[in-house]
Design a protein. Structure first.
Ligand SMILES: Nc1nc2c(c(=O)[nH]1)N[C@H]1C(S)=C(S)[C@@H](COP(=O)(O)O)O[C@H]1N2
Ligand SMILES: [Mo]
Length: 552
């Protein structure tokens, strides 16, 4: 190992100033496109590439405790500016919303300097330019909501991305090997060619909805901020969900046919997935590692996938091979997977054991929250969202409001019914079956609705879904709030301003606007009507007919 590079030192008194400056520098570089370096070679600084010539930017940590220690020492030796606070004030109205300088500094501290630039380059190359970059690094982005609603199958370039670190680059997929070990009867190291050989393993094409359990987190943040580290808790709106057809093989088949099965009780076993990307937690350095109970592998269609919607897996989605765990929080679908271990307990990787925990939402608070009093979020509950219109929109309509959105349920459930309410959740209208996209075992359903709306002014529009186990969604965000701000599965509620043209006065007012050359819909609703509300003759006539004061 080469000599460690001096980590960047940030004197305590300059911390706040450095944080502000770093944000500004990153903003300018992003705006100028200076970080477009997708062809940059990803380098690992002083740490050895695990498989030089096969991967770039892949440092193996889990196999080398000594190396992990050096990484930890380097991290400890660096003073990092505090992460910017993003929950207590409104989120900045810019794209990228958050820059993630702290995680760039983490990578810098251990010499992985080119990783952030390389990763941003892949964003520009592989994702639609219309993405909302919720966090620039590690990259977390969601698509334009209208694009997401166009088709039940999400195009690759519009599929959300959730990364905890940089993107490692597999330069020689022909030399890539997946290792499978732990409590298996035969440890193997298997090539992509062998995995893709239909003589060896039957191939599967499966439509799977992946949902990050941080989807709709901004609703929890808006009410009651919580745990505020950027990467675990990116401030997601409603688009951290997508649906794609994956091609691959079943992990179960590979374990049974190539490893001669597992040698631990199926009920107690867990399958651990270890990836090539580097992850930081509490100044320690790791590879991304998670696990799922073996029961999921046995029963559900846990896949090793190399194709997404008929195309090679994009680099940003895990090229050359990723795990796809249907029905379960996205975090378990490990990308850039290098190793699978069969264990007799869940992985001790921090993503598995210290994140994606659902903490008690009342009585505990920040200082009583312990890893041990959270439970692991695995199968996703039923949830839904209104994607069109948006919160705060002015809707001019003829007595029916048009709504669009998604509904999803994980585990072994699918969505049976979607219902909308325009009165804050008192009355519910079912979305007709013909307005829901097709049912599949592991996918969402997109829906379109036209709901009677009589009232004028601000109204609360809600959606809720029912799944095949009769589960539905609670009304209030408060009832699902948890310190880590996960799984916002309460009814999605937006407020829109209803302008009902079937009301004669409304129709009349709209006509007045048109005649005055004003576009009612694009005027701020707060702007007063620029002329008297009615003619003085009408006012007087009505006043005389219904006098304000009692007459005797
Ligand atoms: N190696 C690796 N795999 C990973 C992640 C990661 O950061 N590293 N993020 C996980 C999370 S939290 C989610 S929600 C999904 C997102 O998959 P996508 O980016 O392909 O949409 O990937 C999962 N797999
Ligand atoms: Mo996630």
């Amino acid at each position: 190992m080469a000599k460690a590079r001096a980590p960047r030192k940030i004197p305590a008194q300059q911390e706040a100033a450095a944080a502000v400056k770093a944000e500004a520098v990153a903003a300018t570089a992003l705006e100028k496109g200076e970080l477009i370096t997708s062809e940059t070679q990803v380098q690992t600084g002083q740490f050895k590439e695990e498989e030089p010539g096969v991967w770039e930017g892949y440092v193996e940590w889990e196999k080398y405790p000594e190396k992990k220690k050096v990484g930890h020492e380097l991290m400890k030796a660096t003073k990092f500016p505090p992460p910017p606070e993003f929950q207590l004030a409104p989120l900045p109205k810019r794209n990228p919303v958050l820059y993630g300088d702290l995680y760039k500094d983490f990578h810098h501290a251990i010499g992985l300097d080119t990783v952030p630039e390389y990763s941003w380059g892949r964003v520009l190359k592989e994702k639609a330019s219309t993405m909302t970059h919720v966090l620039a690094f590690p990259y977390n982005g969601e698509p334009n909501h209208e694009f997401l609603m166009k088709d039940p199958i999400t195009p690759n370039e519009d599929h959300f991305v959730r990364n905890h670190g940089g993107i490692p680059k597999c330069v020689r997929p022909d030399k890539y090997k997946l290792q499978i070990g732990g409590k298996v009867n035969k440890e193997i190291s298997i090539s992509l060619a062998d995995l893709r050989d239909p003589q060896k393993f039957p191939q599967q094409k499966l439509a799977v909805t992946l949902q990050c359990c941080g989807t709709r987190r901004i609703e929890q943040i808006a009410l009651y901020p919580g745990h505020g580290l950027l990467v675990p808790n990116a401030p997601w709106p409603e688009g951290a969900i997508g649906n794609a057809v994956y091609t691959g093989v079943l992990l179960k088949d590979v374990l049974e046919r190539a490893c001669d099965g597992i040698n631990v009780d199926k009920v107690k076993a867990h399958a651990e997935f270890i990836s090539a990307d580097t992850y930081f937690k509490f100044n320690q350095v790791y590879n991304y590692a998670v696990s799922v109970p073996y029961r999921f592998v046995d029963k559900d269609s846990v896949m090793l996938a190399w194709e997404m919607n008929g195309k090679p897996l994009p680099e940003i989605h895990g090229y050359p091979l990723r795990i796809v765990v249907p029905g379960v929080i996205g975090a378990r679908s490990a990308k850039w997977v290098t190793r699978i271990n069969i264990l007799d307990e869940p992985s001790w990787g921090p993503v598995q054991r210290m994140e994606y925990l659902y903490y008690c939402n009342t009585q505990y608070g920040k200082h009583n929250t312990l890893f041990s009093n959270g439970f692991s979020i695995e199968r996703m509950p039923v949830s839904s969202a209104i994607m069109k219109p948006n919160d705060g929109n002015i809707i001019i309509h003829d007595g029916q409001i048009k709504l669009e959105g998604w509904a999803y349920s994980g585990g072994e459930n699918w969505v049976e019914r979607v219902e909308c309410s325009v009165d804050g959740g008192f009355t519910w209208y079912p979305v007709p079956e013909e307005n829901l996209s097709k049912k599949h075992y592991y996918t969402w359903r997109l829906w379109k609705a036209s709901i009677p709306l009589d009232m004028e002014g601000w109204c609360e529009v809600l959606v809720r879904a029912w799944d095949s186990s009769c589960n539905t969604q609670p009304i209030s965000v408060r009832s699902v709030w948890n310190w880590d701000l996960h799984v916002t599965q309460s009814c999605h509620k937006i407020k829109v301003y209803s302008v009902n043209r079937t009301k004669p006065l409304t129709a009349q007012r709209l006509k007045e606007y048109e005649e005055a050359g004003l576009d009612f819909a694009s005027e701020p609703i707060t702007r007063p009507v620029p002329w008297p509300l009615e003619s003085m003759e009408d006012y007087k006539a009505r006043y005389n007919k219904y006098p304000r004061e009692p007459q005797d």
